[in-house]
Ligand binder design. Structure first.
Ligand code: GLN
Length: 238
């Protein structure tokens, strides 16, 4: 049983949406919370289980079209994630998970209903976007550049109710111009990697949102910084 001050992190539907090491995002968040002495509990909620409504951070990952469409149907029918978001939970939604946070997305030859929790929709791209993605994150978030690996067929179109997470400097992201989206405490991105292993500052942003802190004790991010430097240099040289 968790206490009031325990940070609760839910990984949504690992049985359906877990390509490219999405578990890593949960591990990174849990570890970075624990290193600051923040009590933390992580929960893996499968698609045949009810979605808890009172966790602090929800993570949803990437997936192929079939599991993506199924995940959206189940999340809409369950309703728990909607309640959690409306109560102010923080969210990191990656690729298929990001697309299904919008109004609709393209999967298995048709537009499918999304959760309508972000003002965006996704349709089919002319080509598949595969490779490194990089971008300068919205300065209001105060984060270093985003780096990640993308692999998606869809393209995402943002409405006025969300801001782009980043301006693309390499790769495709939403549409070759912008990458990902954010609104309130919800972040969406095409970056796998897993994203939080490669961008620990985003993990800390989610933690700060969840616990309501302006700053967190700094950690030694030498390895993540080295990887980021390597990928930025490789992208620059390409
Ligand atoms: N099925 C979606 C697409 O191809 C998402 C892919 C993914 O999550 N990697 O656009």
């Amino acid at each position: 049983m968790s206490t009031e001050s325990t940070l609760r992190i839910v990984w949504i539907y690992p049985d359906l949406l877990s390509t490219y090491g999405d578990r890593g995002n949960m591990l990174i968040l849990g570890r970075r919370a624990a290193q600051r002495g923040i009590p933390v509990e992580t929960y893996e909620v499968r698609s045949d289980q009810a979605m808890p409504t009172t966790a602090d951070i929800y993570l949803i990952g990437g997936g192929e079209d079939g599991p993506q469409a199924l995940a959206a149907q189940r999340l809409i029918a369950d309703g728990g994630l909607h309640r959690a978001v409306h109560q102010g939970a923080a969210v990191l939604a990656v690729c298929a998970g990001y697309q299904l946070f919008g109004r609709s997305f393209f999967a298995k030859g048709a537009q499918c209903a999304g959760l309508d929790l972000m003002d965006l929709y996704s349709d089919r791209g002319e080509t598949r976007a595969v490779g490194e993605v990089r971008g300068d994150i919205d300065p209001r978030l105060g984060l270093p550049p985003l780096t990640g690996f993308e692999n998606h067929g869809g393209r995402t179109h943002l409405g006025p109710g969300v801001a782009p997470l980043a301006r693309v400097t390499a790769g495709i992201g939403n549409d070759s111009q912008t990458e990902g989206a954010w609104h309130g405490k919800i972040l969406g991105t095409y970056a796998h990697g897993p994203a939080l292993a490669r961008n620990p500052a985003i993990a800390d942003l989610l933690l700060r949102w969840a616990i309501g802190a302006d700053s967190l004790q700094p950690l030694d991010d030498t390895w993540a910084d080295r990887l980021r430097g390597e990928r930025l240099a490789a992208a620059g040289a390409a």
